[in-house]
Write a protein that binds this ligand. Sequence first.
Ligand SMILES: [Ca+2]
Length: 355
Amino acid sequence: MKKFSIPCLSMIVCLCATMLLTASISAKDLLDVRNSPNEPVKMIFDTDMGNDADDALALAIIHNMIDRGKCELLGLTLTKSNPYAAKYCKAFNTQYGHPDIPIGLVKNGATPDSGRYVQKVFEMKKADGTPAFPIPEGWEPEDSVVLLRKLLAAAEDNSIVIVQVGFSTNLARLLDTPGDEISPLTGKELAAKKVRLVSAMFGAFTFKNDRFIKHKEFNVVKDIPAAQKLTKEWPTPIVFSGFEVGIEIMVRGCTILNDYQTPEPNIMKESYLAYRGEWKLEQPTWDLTSVLFVVRPEEGRDYFTLSEMGTVTVRDDSTTYFTPDPNGKHFCFKTNREQEIRVEEAFVNLCSEKH
Ligand SMILES: [Ca+2]
């Protein structure tokens, strides 16, 4: 019989420690994802910018939290497969004073159309004919999966929060990447080592209202295989904000109209108007909830309650199900009406903060 060598033993100890750690994750552990209260959350924002206005509002909140020193946006990756989505995000980050945030664009992904606002707003001109929201001549985004690999390879262990508010395309593709010149680790190994949490706007769950039981949520519908892969194979905890959460929390157009006066022209204000068409329409806050969860983690704010630990599954028809499971890695938001009111107020303050 072969005697265990020291490296072998240490591997077993390490494995046991990892298993214990995994087994002991509770909802409370995930409520605050910072290494310490004074450190900003290190975030990657993965978005289908351009399909709805809540992605833009979510990015506005991120920028305001960067200015407060509460968030560090390491990169932005797009799952909307349209070049104007990337150019628009570059212009958005530039107007908000953070022009150098790396941007990655998906290749051959879902929703290649320009949608209602990314191209329209990017191509807006001032009275003198110059671009209203200029970006450097000839700028091009990186490939989103390559950018994810670079950002994760350069990160400290267990330090990154990925906020995914579009399709699961980029994260699913990352899982399948082999080791390369960026890192000897596979995509799955990089995710396991570097990512602390994924906060995802994804699916629809049944905690509050039976009418959402069979809802086919857009972010899942548009790339069902990727959504299935994410829920089956992603190695870290994921918190899900289901359709039923953001639909109950609205931002009013008048907030955007009145509070986004400067700079003029204002990219957020123009985007909201281009998307909604008129100011009196309200905007559900799906994607904002996934951001707020990670940038406002302080105990006592009580914005969100998490479900017990469980497993989310995605059926082939795109419906999503949460099953309690002590060995699962997934949690869902469960908010009550009082929390929704608090969250709505936070959004009004954070979205419309002068920048
Ligand atoms: Ca979105």
